[in-house]
Design a protein around this ligand. Structure first.
Ligand SMILES: CC(C)(COP(=O)(O)OP(=O)(O)OC[C@H]1O[C@@H](n2cnc3c(N)ncnc32)[C@H](O)[C@@H]1OP(=O)(O)O)[C@@H](O)C(=O)NCCC(=O)NCCS
Length: 161
């Protein structure tokens, strides 16, 4: 497994990872794929690569991208202010629980810290215990509760990952 930055000709793959990042509670079926076309989700990927804060690391296995973590300053569910990138993350089902999300997150956090971003934020469904556990392990803090979601941040100043 290799963790590397996404290439510009791979930005289209973010559609898959955006779809995979949608939390599906146990027992519920997946929404139709065209859900990613709604404006609330398009903010995560539209014209990706055109902003300074557009950074994406992918995990590759046997030449196939199986996980992605990306940042962007955007008006998404996890927005805090116009200096703070929000994060999105997903790993394909067959590759979960192998430390891949942790490796992707460490890589992007370290990269964002090097680029002098002071903090990152994200929003996560309270029920999404896999993701909440992962973010807690990475020392994210819950700074707000918005309905069914936690808003979490992590300070990047002077940190090594
Ligand atoms: C959340 C997600 C990205 C985790 O990816 P992953 O590669 O499986 O995560 P890791 O293997 O790095 O797990 C790190 C830690 O997270 C927690 N965790 C991960 N999956 C978990 C699960 N199913 N149940 C409980 N805790 C879990 C554990 O604390 C784990 O550490 P451990 O394996 O030593 O116990 C993955 O489950 C996923 O893509 N889910 C769907 C999309 C999603 O929810 N994205 C986040 C939206 S905010």
């Amino acid at each position: 497994m290799t963790i590397r930055e996404i290439k510009s000709n791979e930005h289209g793959e973010l559609e898959n990872f955006l779809y995979e990042a949608i939390y599906i509670p146990d027992g519920q079926s997946k929404p139709p794929r065209k859900i990613i076309e709604c404006p609330e989700l398009q903010v995560y990927i539209k014209d990706f690569g055109t902003r300074d804060s557009d950074i994406c690391f992918v995990a590759e296995v046997d030449g196939k991208i199986i996980g992605a973590c990306w940042s962007r300053i955007m008006n998404d569910y996890g927005h805090i202010d116009d200096e703070t990138p929000s994060l999105a993350l997903s790993v394909l089902k067959n590759f979960r629980r192998k430390g891949i999300a942790t490796a992707l997150m460490k890589k992007i956090l370290s990269h964002l810290a090097e680029k002098n971003f002071k903090q990152v934020s994200l929003s996560v469904q309270k029920e999404n215990s896999a993701a909440v556990n992962l973010y807690r392990k990475l020392n994210f803090e819950i700074v707000d509760e918005r309905g069914e979601e936690f808003l979490m941040t992590k300070n990047l100043e002077g940190k090594k990952f």
